[in-house]
Design a binder for this molecule. Structure first.
Ligand code: NAP
Length: 496
């Protein structure tokens, strides 16, 4: 597409499903001189980094995959994490992406050079790489968060963050603690409870958990999916529609469909009722915020763990960590020798964006977002940042499966690059007006969502940024949002 004046036509940062989707689309658009720079030592993003016991998708695999690359071999309805990693490898091979990838490359900053009409990407090992286009695909949940508990450095036992799992770590005979009760802990806690001598789960905020309808996919069904792909497509359509109802009626249209949301909460409460014997524990495990304020999760094993005599739910707040235990606010010390941090990720301080990005006129994207409002036109482009596509952006997350988001973005890229080709241009930039219009529209629509019309005050949800705004999800049903991504007005951009 462009003359060879830069090292690459495009640099993509991140080799997860987002980065690979962007690479597939850019190659379709004729952009073949591209580099995919990845911080980790292999591809797969989340599914490479996370390999704690119990890891599995919580969106059925027929939906949690590219629609154009169905995988008939999923072993279960909700595939285990290792199969997602294999699927990522299959994608890289099939779409010839590996030759573009470089691992162990930490990007520290990227700056737009208006004279050269190119991005300069600087890496931690001191390299400067130039490219006409920059794509960030660094994930939403890729900057692990470790709370700064007083005394944590003095702890004499093992500390393991779930994103740095020590494969094969043996919990047998261990006095273990897990801090955190998010989706990760919900998967991990039952696994640790199976082998540890005892386990204390530190909960600050309870999570809504609904039953998980999961089962192995029988080989004849897998063979049918392989032989008649339409059947898997139909299964995908049914599952995606169910998720869509949950998203649209449970979260986005809370104001109009409150009973739908309440029904989901009721289902979770009934699930808890059937799984946990002790009434006090049940009360402690019951959230006091509306369903959907933070990402609910699915499990048939999590609640039941709290019936075990060797598992304690601890709801007092943590005062400090000592070499042999955790002291809580009433002065008790819970003695432990293994501390698991299921404390999640830092999104809003360090992940949007994941490194310094400077656009036209020296505009610093992170500063601009934090000091003003988080925003991105159609969740992918930003005014004053020419030739820049930011995949993990405010208002970009569409539908409940990440693949809906990336496939919408691939459509956007196709339309934008198609127009540039038609005009013979090599530069695009979204107009400030189009961006403002989009921001106004999503802000208006979010007014109906559970985030604003419901009660989320006790949720401590990472959906909310430091200004108290829920700027992660795109408040639109999947089909109109996909349609918008391939029909947006072309003059919402300037071209040169
Ligand atoms: P998370 O949802 O952010 O949960 C972090 C947990 O750590 C929360 O319970 C939080 O409590 C607790 N925590 C943080 N700081 C604390 C402190 N100082 N003291 C006490 N507790 C503290 O992170 P996550 O569980 O890793 O999940 C993140 C997201 O990853 C999920 O929402 C989901 O989208 C995704 N995920 C998906 C899957 C899957 O698909 N299979 C599996 C795992 C994760 P508060 O709530 O009180 O802040």
């Amino acid at each position: 597409m462009s003359e060879r004046t830069t090292d690459y036509e495009a640099v993509i940062v991140g080799a997860g499903f987002g980065g690979m989707g962007a690479a597939i689309e850019l190659k379709r658009q004729g952009v073949d001189r591209l580099a995919i720079l990845e911080r980790e030592d292999d591809l797969g993003g989340t599914w490479h980094v996370n390999h704690y016991p119990g890891l599995a998708v919580d969106i059925a695999s027929v939906t949690y995959s590219y629609s154009f690359e169905p995988n008939p071999s999923w072993s279960r309805l909700f595939a285990p994490g290792s199969e997602l990693k294999q699927y990522a490898e299959h994608i890289a091979d099939k779409y010839d992406l590996r030759r573009h990838m470089e691992f162990g490359v930490v990007v520290e900053e990227a700056a737009w050079d208006d004279d050269a009409e190119a991005w300069t990407v600087r890496t931690a090992d001191g390299r400067s790489i130039t490219a006409r286009f920059l794509v960030t695909a660094t994930g939403f949940l890729s900057q692990p968060y470790t709370p700064d508990f007083p005394g944590i450095d003095t702890f004499a036992g093992e500390i393991i963050h779930t994103t740095a799992w020590r494969d094969g770590y043996d919990f047998a005979g261990k006095k273990a603690a897990v801090i955190g009760t998010g989706a990760t802990a919900v998967q991990l806690v039952p696994e640790i409870a199976r082998t540890a001598r005892n386990l204390t789960v530190f909960q600050r905020t309870p999570i809504w958990v609904v039953p998980k309808v999961d089962f192995p996919i029988p080989p004849p069904i897998r063979r049918l999916f392989a032989a008649v792909p339409f059947t898997q497509k139909a299964a995908r359509a049914v599952n995606t529609s169910l998720l869509e109802m949950l998203m649209v009626f449970g979260v986005l249209h809370y104001r109009q469909a409150k009973p739908g949301n309440q029904l989901a909460a009721l289902l979770s409460k009934a699930h808890l009722r059937t799984q946990v014997r002790d009434a006090t524990t049940r009360k402690q495990l019951t959230p006091s915020y509306d369903f959907g304020c933070k990402r609910p999760t699915f499990s048939n094993r999590y609640f039941r763990v709290f019936n075990r005599p060797d598992v304690e739910l601890e709801t007092s707040s943590i005062t400090r960590v000592e070499p042999d235990g955790i002291v809580v606010d009433d002065g008790r010390k819970i003695e432990i020798d293994t501390l698991v941090l299921a404390t999640g990720f830092n999104l809003w301080d360090v992940n949007f964006p994941a490194f310094t990005i400077t656009g036209r006129g020296g505009r610093d994207l992170g500063k601009w977002w934090r000091e003003g409002r988080f925003q991105a036109y159609e969740g992918i482009t930003v005014p004053s940042f020419p030739n820049f596509l930011t995949l993990n952006s405010p208002y970009s997350y569409s539908g409940l499966s990440y693949f809906t988001t990336i496939e919408g973005q691939m459509r956007h890229i196709a339309r934008l690059f198609g127009e540039m080709r038609r005009r013979g241009s090599t530069r695009f930039e979204v107009t400030a007006e189009a961006n403002e219009k989009f921001l106004d529209e999503v802000t208006r629509r979010l007014g109906d969502s559970v985030f604003y019309a419901g009660d989320c005050s006790a949720s401590r949800s990472y959906y909310f940024n430091q200004h108290g705004e829920a700027t992660l999800l795109r408040p639109q049903a999947t089909l109109p949002s996909l349609r918008e991504m391939e029909t947006f007005p072309l003059d919402d951009y300037t071209y040169a």
